[in-house]
Structures are given as C-alpha cells and as structure tokens.
Design a protein around this ligand. Structure first.
Ligand SMILES: Cc1ncc(COP(=O)(O)O)c(C=O)c1O
Length: 434
C-alpha cells in the first residue's frame, strides 16, 4: 500500500465523511507546484479552491508568519489589535477606495454571517421591519445556517429542514425579476459579482448597475460576496471592478472576503460603507450599526492572521499580480477557445477564475467517461489529476481553473498541454467543431 492509499484508509476511519475527496494526499508545495505523499508532482490550478493567491509557501508569507508568530500570535478582541487597524485601513483605502470600516473573522461563511446580521439589524431599524434578503440562483454563500439559507442551491440546503426565514432567490442577471421583487420590505441584496461554485457566471454591468440603483431607490443595502472573486483573482483587488463596463462606478454597502485574502492562512473579513442610516439605537452610519456586544469572534482578526493578510495584499499589489491575472487569464481562455473542441460548450472567466463548461451531449460517444459513473466535471478533473494537473469542479459540468496569481506563463503552457491531452483522449480530433 502506498502512502496515498494509507491516507485514504485513515481518513475513512477517523474523519466525518462530509467531503467527496479525490485520491490525492498532498504533502508539500512551492509556488504552483504540489507534491503528494508518494512524491508525485502536480501543477496546482486549484489553489486550495481559490485560496493560495501567492501559491504555496511564498517566501513573503513564510517571513510574515515567522515574524508575527515570534511576536504575538493571538490576543483578545477585548483589546486593540493594531494589525486589524492597519489591515482595515489597507482594505478600505486601497481595495474599496471609499470610507468604511472592517470586521474580521475566520472564513467566508462567517463573513457572510456578519453581513446577514448587519442586514437583519438594519431591517429592524424601521417602523415596519425590513425582513427580506434577496440572493440569486447558482450563488454560493457558505455552509453555516445563514450561509446555507442565503444559497439558492437545493443540493446545499437539502436535508436540513427549515433554515433562516426571509431569504428569496431570484434568477441571476435578470434585471426585470429584481425590479419586480424590490420594495421597501427588502433589507439587503446579496450577490457574487462572479459566481464561482455555481459554475463561473459573471454579473453583467447592467445587472450590477440595476442592483445598485434599485437598492438605493428602495432604501435597501447592496452586498457583494467577494470571498472567491476578490483579492486579485478576477484581475482586480475588487472583483466587480474587473468586469468590463463596470469600473469604479458601482460601490456596494458591504463586502465579504476570505479565501485569497489570507493566501492559505484562515481569515475572513467584511467591509461596511459609512452610509448614513436611521436606527433604533441611534447609530448614524451603517458601519456603526454592529455596536458593542452585537457580534464577535474569539479568533477573528488575530495579530497573526492580519499580519499575514496584510503581506498577501501588499505582495499582490507590489508584484502587479492583478494585471498578470488579467493578461495571462485572457490568454488561457483564448487558447482553450481556439481548440474548438467538441467536448467544450463554453469557456468563460475573468482573470484567474476560469470555467470550462463541458458539452455533456457531445461527451456521450466517449466510452471512457460513460463507463466511469462520474459526473462529466469529476471525470475530467480526475483525468487531469492523473496526468498531474489539479483543477476544481463547479457543479456537474464545469471545470474551474484557479491557478495562483503567481503562476508563470511556462506553467500555464504546461497545464494547457495536459488539458488538451485529456480532452483529445476523451474525444479525438474528429470531434473538433467545424
Ligand atoms: C462566494 C463564496 N462565498 C462563501 C464561501 C464560503 O467560504 P468558506 O468555505 O471559507 O466558509 C465560498 C466558498 O467556496 C464562496 O465561494
């Protein structure tokens, strides 16, 4: 038995079986490369699901972790944590470029929980409380009760009975449906500017503009879940600003981050605009609404987590990684499109959040896939991993490429070579689109 098999057996004995895991047991990483316990090398175009923004074991992160760990790892939020102040200022001035305040937690779902609590608190400030929160089909906002309630995917919510009341799910990018649903009972609209887990769907500028205008018109809040799309992944520290035609015109009232913010060190955050509000407890600004005692986290915003996140964001800026994601991400998409391969229905993405939608009907003749019993996406992801390329499925028929922001052009060429080989093994060249 090799070491990977050993890990698989141990996992089945000791771990709750809540994850569907691939037969890979990573041991160490450097940049875009990852090696498993048996010494097999992979190119990691999954980045721990859009987490390792600086790749594996970036020297700046190692240095930041070492320095802060030898100074102060944790202290309570009963005290003033200077690293939180510095990181909040960086996120506010550099990412948001608007006045506001931050709260720190440990994950994406926790960040969304904080936004949901903010929406609920905001809603309670009205004579007739606003109780509705609008979210969108194919969205994903996390696995806590609030995160699941906000997620318009039955497969995420099923089996848990009744969840939080007040959530309504609308079709994504449908301005008419949003217009129809909006009234003065809506507390907030929550959306991912680029949906990741739901299959890489980019919000249209028209939809984002309508969401901003309608929420302002009806006195509701607009929140962006940038847990996956933020921090450079889409080619801008603010993912929505990378969407062609959006620019800096649209500013939400709240944003959630996690994943790439810590580059692998757990941290979540929200930013809240200094928007004026009326509230029962006299708060003048939205960013003051979560007052003392309303919310908290023991671990949230530790000196160590904030010091690492600061380093990650500064490195993304200093190494010009947003522009790199835009340039190389575009080349990757164009290269895959140029193959005109029958198994691909669509290739879309922004920066390094790329989705390859498989053409399931076209894959039918392939006995390789049909006999496997796997979804098309899982089959392709497994076949790529076999040949040394790690990618991530998004639903049954989309394969995501999420390389670290530091990926080199040579690594991209190597990864594309593997992808091409797998697709042409699946369906040979007589299946090219004419
Ligand atoms: C857009 C979005 N929101 C929230 C989450 C949940 O984040 P976490 O797993 O850190 O709780 C995810 C995770 O994939 C995500 O993609």
């Amino acid at each position: 038995m090799n070491k990977t098999q050993e890990s698989i057996e141990d996992s089945s004995q000791w771990l709750v079986p809540n994850y569907g895991r691939f037969a890979i047991a990573p041991e160490r990483g450097a940049g875009t490369e990852l090696w498993d316990r048996d010494g097999k090398r992979y190119l990691d175009f999954g980045s721990g699901v859009a987490v390792c923004s600086l790749g594996h074991c970036h020297p700046a992160m190692i240095d930041a972790i070492g320095k802060q760990a030898s100074t102060l790892i944790h202290c309570s939020n009963l005290y003033h944590v200077e690293q939180q102040n510095v990181l909040a200022r960086l996120l506010t001035e550099t990412v948001m470029q608007q006045p506001g305040r931050c709260f720190f937690c440990n994950s994406g779902t926790e960040a969304n929980e904080a936004l949901i609590k903010l929406a609920k608190r905001y809603g309670q400030g009205f004579a007739t409380p606003r109780t509705r929160i609008l979210t969108f089909t194919k969205g994903f906002h996390g696995r806590t009760t609030g995160g699941m309630s906000a997620t318009a995917q039955e497969k995420i919510r099923q089996g848990f009975g009744s969840l939080l009341a007040g959530f309504e799910y609308l079709p994504f990018n449908d301005v008419d449906a949003l217009e129809e649903a909006m009234d003065d009972t809506v507390a907030a609209v929550l959306l991912e500017p680029v949906q990741g887990e739901g299959g890489v769907h980019i919000a249209t500028p028209k939809f984002l503009k309508a969401a901003r205008e309608l929420t302002l018109q009806h006195g509701a809040l607009l929140f962006f879940d940038e847990v996956q799309s933020g921090m450079g992944r889409c080619g801008d520290l603010a993912g929505w600003r990378a969407i062609p035609g959006v620019g800096s015109d649209i500013v939400p009232d709240g944003v959630s981050w996690a994943k790439g913010l810590g580059g692998g060190f757990p941290i979540g955050a929200i930013w809240i605009a200094n928007r004026e509000v009326d509230s029962n407890d006299g708060a003048q600004s939205l960013s003051l609404l979560l007052g003392p005692g309303t919310h908290g986290s023991t671990f949230g915003g530790s000196p160590l987590a904030c010091a690492v996140a600061m380093t990650v964001v500064r490195t993304i800026i200093m190494e010009n990684l947003c522009a790199h994601a835009t340039t190389l991400g575009t080349k990757i998409v164009e290269e895959i499109q140029s193959w005109r391969h029958h198994a691909i229905r669509d290739v879309r993405g922004l920066g390094f959040l790329i989705g390859i939608e498989l053409n399931v009907a076209a894959m039918e003749p392939s006995t390789l896939w049909k006999s496997s019993g796997k979804t098309p996406a899982i089959w392709v992801v497994s076949a790529l991993a076999e040949k040394g390329l790690l990618t991530v499925p998004a639903g049954p028929d989309v394969v995501r490429l999420l390389p670290p922001l530091v990926v080199t052009e040579a690594e991209a060429i190597e990864a594309l070579g593997i992808l091409r080989d797998v697709l042409f093994d699946l369906l040979p060249s007589n299946f090219l689109i004419a």
